[in-house]
Design a protein around this ligand. Structure first.
Ligand SMILES: Cc1cc2nc3c(=O)[nH]c(=O)nc-3n(C[C@H](O)[C@H](O)[C@H](O)COP(=O)(O)OP(=O)(O)OC[C@H]3O[C@@H](n4cnc5c(N)ncnc54)[C@H](O)[C@@H]3O)c2cc1C
Length: 402
Protein backbone atom coordinates (compact mmCIF):
# COMPACT_ATOMS: atom_id res chain seq x y z
CA UNK A 1 0.00 0.00 0.00
CA UNK A 2 1.25 3.47 -0.74
CA UNK A 3 -0.86 6.09 1.07
CA UNK A 4 -0.05 9.72 0.45
CA UNK A 5 -1.60 12.95 1.58
CA UNK A 6 -2.37 12.01 5.20
CA UNK A 7 -2.98 15.20 7.19
CA UNK A 8 -2.60 15.58 10.95
CA UNK A 9 -2.40 18.56 13.28
CA UNK A 10 0.76 17.56 15.15
CA UNK A 11 3.17 14.83 14.12
CA UNK A 12 5.56 13.71 16.88
CA UNK A 13 8.51 11.55 15.82
CA UNK A 14 9.56 9.26 18.67
CA UNK A 15 7.44 7.70 21.43
CA UNK A 16 9.90 8.04 24.30
CA UNK A 17 9.18 10.03 27.48
CA UNK A 18 9.55 13.39 25.68
CA UNK A 19 7.28 12.63 22.72
CA UNK A 20 4.65 10.84 24.82
CA UNK A 21 4.47 13.56 27.50
CA UNK A 22 4.03 16.17 24.78
CA UNK A 23 1.38 14.12 22.98
CA UNK A 24 -0.59 13.64 26.23
CA UNK A 25 -0.54 17.38 26.91
CA UNK A 26 -1.49 18.35 23.36
CA UNK A 27 -4.27 15.80 22.96
CA UNK A 28 -5.62 16.71 26.41
CA UNK A 29 -5.68 20.37 25.35
CA UNK A 30 -7.73 19.59 22.24
CA UNK A 31 -4.97 20.12 19.68
CA UNK A 32 -6.79 18.03 17.04
CA UNK A 33 -5.22 14.91 15.57
CA UNK A 34 -1.95 14.29 17.41
CA UNK A 35 -0.03 11.37 15.94
CA UNK A 36 3.12 9.85 17.44
CA UNK A 37 5.34 7.62 15.30
CA UNK A 38 7.62 5.03 16.88
CA UNK A 39 9.98 2.85 14.85
CA UNK A 40 10.13 0.13 17.52
CA UNK A 41 7.32 -2.40 17.89
CA UNK A 42 6.47 -0.99 21.32
CA UNK A 43 6.20 2.62 22.48
CA UNK A 44 8.01 3.98 25.55
CA UNK A 45 11.57 4.72 24.37
CA UNK A 46 14.68 3.78 26.34
CA UNK A 47 12.87 3.04 29.66
CA UNK A 48 11.30 -0.04 28.04
CA UNK A 49 14.60 -1.88 28.38
CA UNK A 50 15.80 -0.38 31.69
CA UNK A 51 14.69 -2.86 34.32
CA UNK A 52 16.08 -1.03 37.36
CA UNK A 53 14.09 1.35 39.58
CA UNK A 54 14.84 5.05 39.14
CA UNK A 55 12.13 6.38 36.85
CA UNK A 56 9.53 9.00 37.66
CA UNK A 57 9.79 11.87 40.03
CA UNK A 58 9.78 12.09 43.87
CA UNK A 59 7.74 12.07 46.06
CA UNK A 60 6.27 9.21 44.03
CA UNK A 61 8.12 5.89 44.48
CA UNK A 62 10.70 5.14 41.80
CA UNK A 63 9.38 2.91 39.05
CA UNK A 64 11.15 0.37 36.90
CA UNK A 65 11.59 1.56 33.30
CA UNK A 66 8.93 -0.66 31.66
CA UNK A 67 6.26 0.39 34.21
CA UNK A 68 7.17 4.06 33.68
CA UNK A 69 7.00 3.61 29.89
CA UNK A 70 3.56 1.99 30.18
CA UNK A 71 2.29 4.90 32.28
CA UNK A 72 3.40 7.40 29.64
CA UNK A 73 1.84 5.44 26.79
CA UNK A 74 -1.44 5.09 28.70
CA UNK A 75 -1.49 8.81 29.45
CA UNK A 76 -0.94 9.76 25.81
CA UNK A 77 -3.45 7.27 24.40
CA UNK A 78 -5.92 8.04 27.20
CA UNK A 79 -5.78 11.72 26.30
CA UNK A 80 -6.63 10.91 22.69
CA UNK A 81 -3.25 10.82 20.91
CA UNK A 82 -2.68 8.18 18.23
CA UNK A 83 0.51 6.21 18.89
CA UNK A 84 1.65 4.17 15.90
CA UNK A 85 4.44 1.65 16.43
CA UNK A 86 6.67 -0.01 13.85
CA UNK A 87 6.54 3.19 11.80
CA UNK A 88 9.82 4.98 10.98
CA UNK A 89 10.08 8.53 9.70
CA UNK A 90 12.72 8.21 6.98
CA UNK A 91 12.84 11.66 5.41
CA UNK A 92 11.05 14.80 4.34
CA UNK A 93 8.87 15.38 1.31
CA UNK A 94 8.39 19.05 2.20
CA UNK A 95 8.94 21.50 5.08
CA UNK A 96 6.18 19.91 7.22
CA UNK A 97 5.70 16.64 5.34
CA UNK A 98 7.39 13.45 6.55
CA UNK A 99 8.01 10.27 4.58
CA UNK A 100 7.41 7.16 6.63
CA UNK A 101 7.60 3.42 6.28
CA UNK A 102 5.72 0.91 8.39
CA UNK A 103 3.50 -2.17 8.33
CA UNK A 104 1.01 -0.33 6.13
CA UNK A 105 3.69 0.58 3.56
CA UNK A 106 4.97 4.01 2.59
CA UNK A 107 3.21 7.17 3.64
CA UNK A 108 3.59 10.90 3.40
CA UNK A 109 2.20 12.67 6.44
CA UNK A 110 1.70 16.41 6.40
CA UNK A 111 1.28 18.20 9.72
CA UNK A 112 0.64 21.72 10.91
CA UNK A 113 3.47 21.23 13.41
CA UNK A 114 6.20 18.59 13.54
CA UNK A 115 8.04 17.67 16.76
CA UNK A 116 11.33 15.77 16.70
CA UNK A 117 11.59 13.60 19.85
CA UNK A 118 14.03 11.03 18.50
CA UNK A 119 16.24 10.67 21.61
CA UNK A 120 19.98 10.04 21.77
CA UNK A 121 22.28 7.05 21.38
CA UNK A 122 25.68 6.03 22.60
CA UNK A 123 28.45 6.44 20.07
CA UNK A 124 29.16 2.92 18.78
CA UNK A 125 32.64 1.47 18.50
CA UNK A 126 32.97 2.52 14.82
CA UNK A 127 32.35 6.19 15.65
CA UNK A 128 34.91 6.03 18.49
CA UNK A 129 37.53 5.00 15.93
CA UNK A 130 38.70 2.00 17.98
CA UNK A 131 41.16 0.00 15.84
CA UNK A 132 41.20 -3.78 15.48
CA UNK A 133 39.10 -6.58 14.05
CA UNK A 134 35.31 -6.65 13.79
CA UNK A 135 34.33 -9.60 15.97
CA UNK A 136 30.95 -10.40 17.54
CA UNK A 137 30.49 -9.37 21.17
CA UNK A 138 30.86 -5.59 20.74
CA UNK A 139 27.86 -3.65 22.09
CA UNK A 140 26.62 -0.34 23.49
CA UNK A 141 24.63 -0.27 26.76
CA UNK A 142 21.41 0.19 24.79
CA UNK A 143 22.15 -2.85 22.61
CA UNK A 144 23.14 -4.87 25.70
CA UNK A 145 19.93 -4.01 27.53
CA UNK A 146 17.77 -4.77 24.53
CA UNK A 147 19.50 -8.15 24.01
CA UNK A 148 19.08 -9.14 27.66
CA UNK A 149 15.79 -7.54 28.68
CA UNK A 150 13.77 -7.50 25.47
CA UNK A 151 15.06 -10.56 23.59
CA UNK A 152 16.43 -12.77 26.42
CA UNK A 153 19.72 -13.37 24.55
CA UNK A 154 22.96 -14.42 26.25
CA UNK A 155 25.90 -11.99 26.07
CA UNK A 156 29.11 -13.92 26.84
CA UNK A 157 31.07 -14.89 29.97
CA UNK A 158 33.75 -12.22 30.51
CA UNK A 159 33.07 -8.58 29.75
CA UNK A 160 34.92 -5.25 29.69
CA UNK A 161 32.90 -2.05 30.11
CA UNK A 162 34.32 1.07 28.45
CA UNK A 163 33.41 4.42 30.04
CA UNK A 164 32.66 5.22 33.67
CA UNK A 165 29.71 7.62 33.42
CA UNK A 166 26.66 6.67 35.55
CA UNK A 167 25.24 4.57 32.70
CA UNK A 168 28.24 2.19 33.07
CA UNK A 169 26.70 0.99 36.35
CA UNK A 170 23.62 -0.16 34.46
CA UNK A 171 25.81 -1.94 31.92
CA UNK A 172 27.64 -3.78 34.74
CA UNK A 173 24.35 -4.76 36.43
CA UNK A 174 22.84 -6.01 33.17
CA UNK A 175 25.97 -8.03 32.35
CA UNK A 176 25.96 -9.65 35.79
CA UNK A 177 22.27 -10.40 35.53
CA UNK A 178 22.98 -12.15 32.23
CA UNK A 179 25.63 -14.24 33.99
CA UNK A 180 28.80 -12.51 32.71
CA UNK A 181 31.80 -11.62 34.87
CA UNK A 182 32.90 -7.98 34.55
CA UNK A 183 36.68 -8.07 34.10
CA UNK A 184 37.20 -4.28 34.23
CA UNK A 185 35.60 -0.87 33.76
CA UNK A 186 37.98 1.21 31.63
CA UNK A 187 37.94 5.01 31.40
CA UNK A 188 40.32 7.54 29.93
CA UNK A 189 39.29 9.97 32.69
CA UNK A 190 41.08 10.28 36.03
CA UNK A 191 37.88 9.42 37.94
CA UNK A 192 34.79 7.34 37.33
CA UNK A 193 32.04 5.22 38.79
CA UNK A 194 32.16 1.44 38.94
CA UNK A 195 29.94 -0.83 41.04
CA UNK A 196 31.51 -2.88 43.84
CA UNK A 197 33.58 -5.76 42.57
CA UNK A 198 34.18 -4.30 39.10
CA UNK A 199 37.86 -3.21 38.87
CA UNK A 200 38.12 0.41 37.65
CA UNK A 201 41.03 1.28 35.35
CA UNK A 202 41.33 5.09 35.10
CA UNK A 203 43.53 7.07 32.66
CA UNK A 204 43.31 4.06 30.37
CA UNK A 205 42.29 3.90 26.72
CA UNK A 206 41.15 1.02 24.54
CA UNK A 207 43.91 0.58 21.95
CA UNK A 208 42.53 -2.36 19.97
CA UNK A 209 39.83 -5.02 19.79
CA UNK A 210 41.12 -8.53 19.14
CA UNK A 211 39.56 -11.74 17.92
CA UNK A 212 38.19 -13.37 14.80
CA UNK A 213 34.57 -14.41 14.81
CA UNK A 214 34.11 -13.66 18.53
CA UNK A 215 35.97 -11.04 20.57
CA UNK A 216 38.94 -12.56 22.42
CA UNK A 217 40.41 -9.51 24.17
CA UNK A 218 40.74 -5.76 24.50
CA UNK A 219 44.22 -4.20 24.29
CA UNK A 220 44.54 -1.21 26.65
CA UNK A 221 47.10 1.55 27.08
CA UNK A 222 47.62 3.34 30.40
CA UNK A 223 48.57 7.01 30.60
CA UNK A 224 52.11 6.13 31.76
CA UNK A 225 52.69 4.09 28.58
CA UNK A 226 52.07 0.62 30.03
CA UNK A 227 50.02 -1.66 27.82
CA UNK A 228 48.13 -4.88 28.41
CA UNK A 229 45.37 -7.14 27.09
CA UNK A 230 42.16 -7.88 28.99
CA UNK A 231 40.90 -11.30 27.94
CA UNK A 232 37.14 -11.11 27.34
CA UNK A 233 34.42 -12.17 24.91
CA UNK A 234 32.22 -9.07 25.31
CA UNK A 235 32.93 -5.34 25.38
CA UNK A 236 30.29 -2.71 26.11
CA UNK A 237 30.89 0.89 25.03
CA UNK A 238 28.91 3.14 27.39
CA UNK A 239 28.10 6.84 27.59
CA UNK A 240 29.46 9.31 24.99
CA UNK A 241 25.93 10.27 23.92
CA UNK A 242 25.06 11.78 20.60
CA UNK A 243 21.61 13.19 19.81
CA UNK A 244 19.74 11.10 17.24
CA UNK A 245 19.81 13.96 14.74
CA UNK A 246 19.70 12.09 11.42
CA UNK A 247 16.12 13.08 10.61
CA UNK A 248 16.80 16.71 11.52
CA UNK A 249 19.85 16.73 9.23
CA UNK A 250 17.87 15.22 6.38
CA UNK A 251 15.30 17.99 6.72
CA UNK A 252 17.95 20.72 6.74
CA UNK A 253 17.03 21.58 10.36
CA UNK A 254 20.01 23.55 11.71
CA UNK A 255 22.06 21.77 14.40
CA UNK A 256 23.94 23.35 17.30
CA UNK A 257 27.71 22.79 17.04
CA UNK A 258 28.00 22.10 20.79
CA UNK A 259 25.18 19.60 21.38
CA UNK A 260 24.96 18.39 17.74
CA UNK A 261 21.19 18.30 18.28
CA UNK A 262 18.65 20.65 16.64
CA UNK A 263 19.33 24.30 17.48
CA UNK A 264 16.33 25.48 19.53
CA UNK A 265 15.14 28.52 21.43
CA UNK A 266 13.60 28.34 24.91
CA UNK A 267 10.24 27.42 23.35
CA UNK A 268 11.76 24.34 21.66
CA UNK A 269 11.41 25.98 18.23
CA UNK A 270 14.07 24.95 15.70
CA UNK A 271 15.09 27.35 12.96
CA UNK A 272 12.66 25.60 10.56
CA UNK A 273 9.20 27.18 10.89
CA UNK A 274 6.69 24.73 12.38
CA UNK A 275 9.37 22.23 13.50
CA UNK A 276 10.02 21.74 17.24
CA UNK A 277 12.45 19.42 19.05
CA UNK A 278 12.30 18.04 22.62
CA UNK A 279 14.05 15.54 24.89
CA UNK A 280 17.41 13.88 24.53
CA UNK A 281 17.70 14.71 20.84
CA UNK A 282 18.54 18.21 22.09
CA UNK A 283 21.35 17.33 24.46
CA UNK A 284 22.16 13.66 24.89
CA UNK A 285 21.23 11.85 28.06
CA UNK A 286 19.35 13.50 30.93
CA UNK A 287 16.89 11.89 33.33
CA UNK A 288 13.66 10.64 31.77
CA UNK A 289 11.69 13.09 33.92
CA UNK A 290 13.69 15.95 32.38
CA UNK A 291 12.94 14.74 28.85
CA UNK A 292 9.25 14.32 29.74
CA UNK A 293 9.12 17.78 31.35
CA UNK A 294 10.58 19.30 28.18
CA UNK A 295 7.93 17.53 26.12
CA UNK A 296 5.13 18.73 28.40
CA UNK A 297 6.50 22.29 28.39
CA UNK A 298 6.64 22.36 24.58
CA UNK A 299 2.84 21.92 24.43
CA UNK A 300 2.23 25.64 25.02
CA UNK A 301 4.39 26.89 22.10
CA UNK A 302 3.07 24.11 19.83
CA UNK A 303 -0.52 25.15 20.63
CA UNK A 304 0.44 28.77 19.95
CA UNK A 305 1.80 27.72 16.56
CA UNK A 306 -1.46 25.91 15.75
CA UNK A 307 -3.30 29.08 16.71
CA UNK A 308 -1.25 31.05 14.16
CA UNK A 309 1.55 32.57 16.29
CA UNK A 310 4.40 33.84 14.09
CA UNK A 311 7.74 32.05 14.02
CA UNK A 312 10.34 34.37 15.52
CA UNK A 313 13.67 35.39 13.99
CA UNK A 314 16.71 33.35 15.02
CA UNK A 315 17.77 35.75 17.83
CA UNK A 316 21.29 35.89 19.29
CA UNK A 317 23.04 32.54 19.78
CA UNK A 318 23.97 31.20 23.22
CA UNK A 319 27.64 30.18 23.13
CA UNK A 320 29.91 28.65 25.77
CA UNK A 321 33.54 29.19 26.72
CA UNK A 322 35.77 26.22 27.67
CA UNK A 323 35.66 24.18 29.83
CA UNK A 324 31.90 24.49 29.21
CA UNK A 325 30.92 22.42 26.18
CA UNK A 326 27.27 23.13 25.46
CA UNK A 327 24.10 24.84 26.62
CA UNK A 328 20.41 24.20 25.77
CA UNK A 329 18.55 26.19 24.52
CA UNK A 330 20.95 27.42 21.89
CA UNK A 331 19.56 30.89 21.12
CA UNK A 332 17.33 33.55 22.65
CA UNK A 333 14.16 34.68 20.92
CA UNK A 334 11.79 35.40 23.83
CA UNK A 335 12.42 38.15 26.33
CA UNK A 336 10.38 36.17 28.86
CA UNK A 337 12.28 32.87 28.80
CA UNK A 338 10.02 30.85 26.45
CA UNK A 339 8.45 27.68 27.83
CA UNK A 340 9.91 28.33 31.28
CA UNK A 341 12.31 25.37 31.47
CA UNK A 342 15.75 25.80 33.05
CA UNK A 343 18.79 26.12 30.80
CA UNK A 344 20.98 22.98 30.82
CA UNK A 345 24.71 23.73 30.85
CA UNK A 346 27.45 21.10 30.58
CA UNK A 347 31.15 21.22 31.46
CA UNK A 348 33.76 19.06 29.73
CA UNK A 349 35.83 18.71 32.92
CA UNK A 350 35.00 18.19 36.63
CA UNK A 351 34.36 21.47 38.50
CA UNK A 352 33.88 22.48 42.11
CA UNK A 353 32.24 25.58 43.58
CA UNK A 354 31.37 26.87 40.12
CA UNK A 355 30.53 30.49 39.27
CA UNK A 356 28.78 30.85 35.91
CA UNK A 357 28.41 34.20 34.15
CA UNK A 358 26.20 35.24 31.24
CA UNK A 359 27.54 38.17 29.17
CA UNK A 360 26.51 39.96 26.01
CA UNK A 361 28.48 42.64 24.16
CA UNK A 362 30.77 43.08 27.20
CA UNK A 363 27.91 43.48 29.72
CA UNK A 364 27.43 40.97 32.51
CA UNK A 365 23.74 39.99 32.55
CA UNK A 366 23.72 37.26 35.16
CA UNK A 367 25.99 35.48 37.65
CA UNK A 368 25.25 32.29 39.57
CA UNK A 369 27.13 30.19 42.10
CA UNK A 370 26.84 26.40 42.19
CA UNK A 371 28.33 24.91 45.36
CA UNK A 372 29.76 21.39 45.32
CA UNK A 373 31.24 19.21 42.61
CA UNK A 374 30.01 19.20 39.01
CA UNK A 375 30.62 16.12 36.86
CA UNK A 376 31.00 16.20 33.05
CA UNK A 377 28.14 13.70 32.89
CA UNK A 378 25.64 15.94 34.71
CA UNK A 379 24.15 19.27 33.63
CA UNK A 380 24.00 22.46 35.66
CA UNK A 381 20.50 23.94 35.71
CA UNK A 382 20.34 27.70 35.20
CA UNK A 383 17.07 29.51 35.91
CA UNK A 384 15.19 30.88 32.86
CA UNK A 385 15.80 34.34 34.37
CA UNK A 386 19.52 33.98 33.54
CA UNK A 387 18.73 35.15 29.99
CA UNK A 388 15.90 37.61 30.70
CA UNK A 389 18.17 40.63 30.24
CA UNK A 390 19.47 39.53 26.81
CA UNK A 391 19.13 42.18 24.09
CA UNK A 392 17.54 40.30 21.21
CA UNK A 393 19.11 42.72 18.74
CA UNK A 394 22.55 42.30 20.37
CA UNK A 395 25.51 40.00 19.77
CA UNK A 396 26.13 36.41 20.93
CA UNK A 397 25.30 35.60 24.55
CA UNK A 398 28.41 34.10 26.14
CA UNK A 399 28.31 31.66 29.07
CA UNK A 400 31.55 31.14 30.91
CA UNK A 401 33.14 30.58 34.30
CA UNK A 402 34.10 33.60 36.41
C1 LIG B 1 20.99 2.50 30.51
C2 LIG B 1 20.15 3.67 30.84
C3 LIG B 1 19.65 3.84 32.12
C4 LIG B 1 18.84 4.94 32.44
N1 LIG B 1 18.36 5.06 33.69
C5 LIG B 1 17.55 6.09 34.01
C6 LIG B 1 16.96 6.20 35.30
O1 LIG B 1 17.20 5.37 36.16
N2 LIG B 1 16.14 7.25 35.54
C7 LIG B 1 15.87 8.20 34.60
O2 LIG B 1 15.11 9.13 34.88
N3 LIG B 1 16.41 8.13 33.36
C8 LIG B 1 17.24 7.09 33.04
N4 LIG B 1 17.76 7.00 31.79
C9 LIG B 1 17.52 8.10 30.82
C10 LIG B 1 16.16 8.02 30.11
O3 LIG B 1 15.93 6.74 29.64
C11 LIG B 1 16.15 9.02 28.96
O4 LIG B 1 16.45 10.29 29.42
C12 LIG B 1 14.79 9.10 28.26
O5 LIG B 1 14.41 7.86 27.74
C13 LIG B 1 14.84 10.15 27.14
O6 LIG B 1 13.59 10.26 26.54
P1 LIG B 1 13.43 10.73 25.01
O7 LIG B 1 11.99 10.67 24.74
O8 LIG B 1 14.14 12.01 24.81
O9 LIG B 1 14.23 9.65 24.14
P2 LIG B 1 14.11 8.07 23.98
O10 LIG B 1 13.66 7.41 25.21
O11 LIG B 1 15.42 7.66 23.40
O12 LIG B 1 12.96 7.89 22.87
C14 LIG B 1 13.14 8.28 21.54
C15 LIG B 1 12.28 7.36 20.66
O13 LIG B 1 12.29 7.86 19.33
C16 LIG B 1 12.26 6.73 18.45
N5 LIG B 1 12.73 7.17 17.13
C17 LIG B 1 13.94 7.71 16.84
N6 LIG B 1 14.02 8.02 15.54
C18 LIG B 1 12.82 7.68 14.99
C19 LIG B 1 12.30 7.76 13.66
N7 LIG B 1 13.02 8.27 12.64
N8 LIG B 1 11.04 7.33 13.45
C20 LIG B 1 10.29 6.81 14.47
N9 LIG B 1 10.75 6.70 15.74
C21 LIG B 1 12.01 7.14 16.00
C22 LIG B 1 13.18 5.74 19.14
O14 LIG B 1 12.95 4.42 18.69
C23 LIG B 1 12.81 5.94 20.62
O15 LIG B 1 11.82 5.04 21.05
C24 LIG B 1 18.56 5.90 31.44
C25 LIG B 1 19.06 5.74 30.14
C26 LIG B 1 19.83 4.63 29.84
C27 LIG B 1 20.34 4.46 28.45
Amino acid sequence: MNRTGVLVDVLVIGAGPAGLALAARLAGAGAGRVEVLEREQEAGGVPRHCHHRGFGRPPRPWLRGPAYARQLVEAAVGAGAVVRTGVTATGWAGPLCLETTGPGGLERITARAVVLATGARERPRSARLVPGSRPAGVLTTGELQQSVHLYGQSVGRRAVVVGAEPVARHAVRTLRRAGAEVVAVVTDRSRGVAPAGAPLLTNTTVAQLRGRGRLSGVAVRHEDGRTGVLACDTVVFTGDWIPDHELARRGGVALDPGTRGPCVDASFRTKAPGVFAVGNTLHGIERAATAAAEGAAAATPVLARLAGAPWPDAGPPLVVRAPLVWVVPNRVTDATGGAGRPLLLRSGTPLNGTVVTVRQDGRRLWRGWFPGPVSPSRSLWLPPSSTHRVDRAGGPVVMGLA
